[in-house]
Design a protein around this ligand. Structure first.
Ligand SMILES: Cc1cc2nc3c(=O)[nH]c(=O)nc-3n(C[C@H](O)[C@H](O)[C@H](O)COP(=O)(O)OP(=O)(O)OC[C@H]3O[C@@H](n4cnc5c(N)ncnc54)[C@H](O)[C@@H]3O)c2cc1C
Ligand SMILES: NC(=O)c1ccc[n+]([C@@H]2O[C@H](COP(=O)([O-])OP(=O)(O)OC[C@H]3O[C@@H](n4cnc5c(N)ncnc54)[C@H](OP(=O)(O)O)[C@@H]3O)[C@@H](O)[C@H]2O)c1
Ligand SMILES: *[C@@H]1O[C@H](CO)[C@@H](O)[C@H](O)[C@H]1NC(C)=O
Ligand SMILES: *[C@@H]1O[C@H](CO)[C@@H](O)[C@H](O)[C@H]1NC(C)=O
Ligand SMILES: *[C@@H]1O[C@H](CO)[C@@H](O)[C@H](O)[C@H]1NC(C)=O
Ligand SMILES: *[C@@H]1O[C@H](CO)[C@@H](O)[C@H](O)[C@H]1NC(C)=O
Length: 509
């Protein structure tokens, strides 16, 4: 703990985290404790997979984690990027498990990986994780239990797919690349690279580009050019502002969106309003969170250029500079941008969900158009936790990982709470209807408060789910709904209706 007199804010932050952890973290299972069914297969050992697994075992359910990479990839994407990456949003919005304790507002990569690793150890997940085993397909046996790849891995009642959204680094080939005399790196591969006194060209205008710019400033590069083919919103690195923006419950543009947009233009972009997108509103894409970019541009250390890459030359990049509002590929002025180092901040390939059964991908109910964005309507026992999203404003690794996990546990433990395919599809239709005026697809953009509204609707609509509300939202009060379910089972059995109270025979699905 920090000294409250020297660091009052850090002290208060740690106190809050301590309280949250004590209230909401389920107790780790005792060593040797027998965990019961439903048993969950978790695919991916990134922050989402580890967090979901610790919720499951904390409530007494058994899990098995399958991770494609080796042990050193525990932590997913954060274990694969270099030290030059860190958290852009405030860590209060990145509490991916209630027991996570951040020592400061903006942890670096190593602190994030170590929090994931500690969580994994705390909940005894070491013995429940197998590395170097990519999942290639999942299917059901004749009794409706899930088989992962092949029967040698055992049988499962539910699946949490936690494969994330960032897979391998994307390195698009561009004409003339081999001619370029300088060095070319991906933005995730910058550790130890020399940039002092050099000119740097960053290709791409997303969060990774901003990180590369920070690297350039830190390494004292002479000048940095950011070449972006489309405009994205930048929002300040201020937790209050960021939380307020995620409180737009409509999850899209509204007639009032001009208010935050104008405020951002006037007070944040100020003299650099040319950088703010005019063709799209704030609530249409994931914004970048940064406050230094503009300062670097004002100081003349960096230039943000909008346009299309024509190709590489020996000394730099041939670029078609477009003015504001001209769409990609449109007319502009051609220019050679000279540089010594090119950083490809072009993003990451999206990991595939193709291992799921084919009927999960039938239009118009293909991801992200799933129930609560996460449950394919054909398979309520599959929860694609935090890996179907496209764009969002909200906190990322947070409360919702636990909520999604506990909704799955509720569906698996209590047959009466399970939605039918028909009703899941109607919910998707309804959300599409509600958001029919949004400039993006209904599920292509959402905000955190909208997500919470989805959860509340899910619990409120079905009276059998009411008893689970505390459990789903806070992870507490598990015993009550369980005893009610047992009573319900007895009544049903008494009436001769038999639906899967015994998960081992897997009649539940
Ligand atoms: C450089 C960088 C910086 C970022 N910074 C931020 C930030 O500041 N704030 C923020 O909110 N987000 C940030 N993100 C987004 C980041 O993706 C998420 O915050 C979060 O780490 C995602 O965790 P995850 O567990 O869902 O996925 P991942 O960490 O990607 O983990 C998925 C795991 O699944 C495994 N896997 C995939 N497919 C299979 C398969 N078929 N079988 C078995 N295993 C499989 C992978 O090997 C991987 O280990 C950043 C991303 C990058 C790349
Ligand atoms: N600390 C952080 O907050 C942080 C840091 C890094 C990453 N992330 C997260 O990680 C994810 C990936 O971020 P990212 O910035 O790496 O990727 P990204 O958001 O996909 O951005 C990639 C950028 O490269 C451009 N681009 C891609 N291919 C191109 C090509 N062939 N030619 C020219 N330009 C090209 C894209 O342009 P278009 O937009 O026009 O396609 C975009 O501007 C996001 O979810 C992001 O939020 C977060
Ligand atoms: C990354 O940071 C960690 C911890 O600060 C350090 O041990 C490691 O050597 C660093 N890696 C590189 C390549 O600098
Ligand atoms: C699935 O099968 C592939 C190919 O046979 C194998 O490489 C992988 O390790 C298997 N994964 C699991 C979880 O068994
Ligand atoms: C940096 O990341 C790349 C993968 O993007 C990896 O191959 C390399 O070993 C990492 N370097 C260091 C020093 O960590
Ligand atoms: C999941 O993760 C991504 C980052 O990988 C994040 O931007 C998104 O908001 C997260 N939340 C949900 C509910 O998908």
């Amino acid at each position: 703990m920090e000294n409250p007199l020297l660091h009052p804010f850090a002290f208060i932050y740690q106190l809050i985290q301590w309280v949250l952890s004590n209230l909401f973290s389920p107790d780790p299972p005792k060593p040797g404790a027998k965990l019961g069914r439903p048993k969950i297969a978790i695919i991916g050992a990134g922050l989402t997979g580890v967090s979901a697994a610790s919720h499951c075992v904390g409530h007494g359910f058994d899990v098995q984690i399958f991770e494609a990479g080796p042990r050193k990839q525990l932590g997913g994407i954060w274990s694969r990027v270099n030290n030059t990456s860190g958290l852009q949003i405030h860590s209060i919005m990145y509490r991916f498990h209630p027991s996570v304790t951040w020592s400061g507002g903006y942890p670096n990569r190593q602190q994030i990986v170590s929090q994931i690793t500690e969580l994994w150890k705390r909940y005894g997940l070491e013995s429940k994780t197998i590395f170097d085993t990519p999942v290639e397909k999942v299917y059901k046996d004749e009794k409706g239990r899930w088989i992962i790849n092949d029967t040698s891995n055992g049988r499962f009642d539910g699946i949490i797919a936690a494969v994330g959204t960032c897979g391998d680094a994307k390195m698009p080939h561009m004409p003339g690349m081999e001619k370029f005399k300088g060095e070319i790196y991906h933005s995730s591969d910058l550790t130890g690279k020399e940039a002092k006194g050099k000119n740097m060209i960053i290709i791409g205008g997303g969060a990774s580009a901003v990180e590369a710019l920070e690297f350039a400033a830190h390494e004292e590069a002479k000048k940095t050019y950011i070449l972006a083919r489309s405009d994205k919103w930048i929002i300040p690195r201020n937790p209050v502002v960021d939380i307020l923006l995620s409180f737009n419950i409509f999850g899209g543009e509204t007639p009032f969106s001009w208010i935050p947009e104008t405020i951002l233009r006037k007070f944040f972009y100020r003299d650099l309003q040319d950088l703010a997108p005019t063709d799209k509103g704030l609530f249409t894409g994931t914004p970048m969170v940064n406050s230094d970019v503009m300062d670097k541009i004002r100081e003349g250390k960096a230039e943000w250029l909008r346009g299309d890459i024509k190709g590489f030359t020996e000394e730099g990049v041939k670029f078609n500079l477009r003015s504001k509002g001209v769409p990609a590929g449109g007319p502009g002025r051609e220019k050679i941008i000279k540089g010594d180092i090119v950083v490809m901040a072009t993003g990451f390939d999206r990991p595939t969900l193709n291992f799921l059964p084919e009927d999960s991908f039938v239009d118009p109910y293909s991801p992200p158009n799933w129930y609560l964005q996460t449950f394919p309507p054909q398979h309520v026992s599959v929860c694609a936790n935090n890996c179907t999203y496209v764009n969002a404003i909200g906190s990322v690794g947070n409360w919702h990982i636990g909520i999604y996990t506990r909704i799955l546990l509720m569906f698996l433990s209590d047959p009466l709470t399970r939605p039918q395919t028909f009703w899941m599809e109607r919910w998707i239709d309804m959300t599409r209807f509600v958001k029919r005026f949004a400039p993006t697809g209904a599920f292509d953009f959402f905000t955190y408060l909208e997500l919470i509204w989805w959860f509340m609707f899910c619990i409120a609509i079905n009276p059998f789910r009411w008893k689970w509300a505390f459990f789903v939202f806070f992870g507490i009060g598990h015993a009550l709904p369980k005893s009610v379910v047992n009573a319900e089972d007895r009544i049903r059995n008494g009436l001769g209706v038999k639906i899967g109270s015994n998960y081992d025979v897997g009649k539940s699905f």
